[in-house]
Design a protein. Structure first.
Length: 250
């Protein structure tokens, strides 16, 4: 079972790496919105005053490779760093200064260092950080960030759908849960936890697709092992994509 995250260690790491440029650190995602599940990342957003150097980004990668993971006793960390002036005042697409996630581990172990660049996924990240209001260091997120307009949030979450479908075979649970959350957000305007979004979607899909969403939710909650050979996953995912497209167009 993954241990609870040592957020104090993460804050100390960020203070060491970023120094006086560090303005604030806060949680978003499952840790702040719905409670950590067995497969949940610890999602951390960091706001800095100035752009980072290559050396700072290298240091963060090296330390996170040790502190984050999916092995025994570890909890995966997803760290996003933004320069305040790149997201306040808000404009689209926002620029991400640094991003660490376990899905990028192989690249990092080969020596890759994340570079700053436009990233629409920042729209839901900033929205969740403001909604969670869970500072770990510095002021409340609302004192550092502008709200994301609803129209920009909608187009940002839809922009990632094709890439999600490319990963359906290799990251089935997460893709299904994310598609469910995208659909839920488009319809309701709110951002649910992944298990809550899966239940919301399961209540609205044809009966043939409900076992797939139920399995994804159960695996996420730690109630079942991840296995998909007995279920027809792709038609369920394709149905969710159609619902997303229809909801976005309406």
């Amino acid at each position: 079972m993954p241990r609870q995250p040592d957020t104090g260690h993460l804050v100390r790491l960020l203070r060491t790496a970023l120094g006086d440029s560090l303005l604030g650190v806060c949680l978003h995602g499952s840790a702040a919105l719905g409670g950590l599940r067995p497969h949940s990342d610890v999602d951390v957003l960091t706001v800095v005053r100035e752009p980072t150097s290559q050396g700072q980004r290298r240091f963060l990668v090296d330390e996170l490779l040790k502190a984050s993971g999916t092995g025994e006793g570890l909890r995966p960390v997803e760290l996003t760093v933004v320069v305040q002036g790149e997201v306040r005042p808000w404009r689209y697409p926002p620029v991400c200064e640094f991003l660490y996630g376990e899905w990028l581990r192989e690249d990092f172990e080969r020596g890759a260092i994340p570079a700053p660049g436009p990233n629409p996924d920042l729209a839901p990240v900033l929205t969740m950080a403001l909604l969670a209001d869970a500072p770990l260091h510095g002021p409340r997120p609302a004192e550092l960030l502008d709200p994301v307009p609803a129209a920009d949030l909608r187009r940002a979450i839809v922009a990632g759908v094709p890439g999600l479908m490319d990963e359906l075979a290799t990251d089935t649970r997460n893709v299904l849960l994310t598609l469910a959350r995208v659909w839920s957000t488009l319809v309701t305007g709110g951002i649910r936890s992944k298990d809550a979004a899966a239940q919301w979607a399961a209540d609205r899909v044809p009966a043939v697709h409900r076992p797939v969403l139920a399995r994804a939710r159960a695996v996420h909650l730690g109630d079942e092992d991840e296995r998909w050979g007995d279920l027809d996953v792709r038609p369920c995912a394709e149905h969710l994509v159609r619902m997303i497209e229809e909801s976005y167009a309406s």
